[in-house]
Write a protein that binds this ligand. Structure first.
Ligand SMILES: [Zn+2]
Length: 137
């Protein structure tokens, strides 16, 4: 078993516990786009990379879909994240809220690069299922 130090230095070099933030947004990604979280949303969003390269991959994996719904529901409840996607501009800082896709965030980024992940129907389906879980209590 690896020690905590080994994990931090070898496996997760980007983790630095000095830098914490209160996430207000969840951004869904797929692997078909160059794999990095939406830069302009890093200050306010958690990114979830979903294995798959396109709509077909994501729409034909029900077990994965249910896992994404469970994770989004957990993060939403834990961090009190809203359902509706909005953006607030404060000076040069952009703050994002809600549950959305890289595609939608990218449209609002000052340095957007035309990301297409993930498709709108997938985000809507996730939201519908997350709301059902929330209503069950
Ligand atoms: Zn992406």
């Amino acid at each position: 078993m690896k020690s905590e130090l080994q994990i931090k230095t070898k496996l997760l070099p980007w983790v630095d516990s000095r830098y914490k933030f209160n996430p207000t947004c969840i951004v869904l990604h797929w692997w078909g786009e160059p794999c990095q979280h939406a830069k302009c949303a890093n200050a306010s969003a958690i990114g979830i990379e979903i294995e798959g390269n396109d709509e077909r991959d994501l729409d034909h994996n029900e077990k994965q879909f249910q896992s994404v719904v469970a994770l989004v529901h957990y993060l939403k409840e834990t961090f009190h994240i809203a359902d509706t996607f909005t953006m607030e501009q404060i000076g040069s800082t952009q703050l994002f809220y809600g549950i959305t896709s890289h595609k939608q965030v990218d449209k609002l980024c000052q340095n957007g690069s035309g990301k297409i992940d993930v498709h709108d129907q997938y985000v809507e389906r996730v939201l519908t299922h997350v709301k059902r879980l929330a209503n069950k209590g």
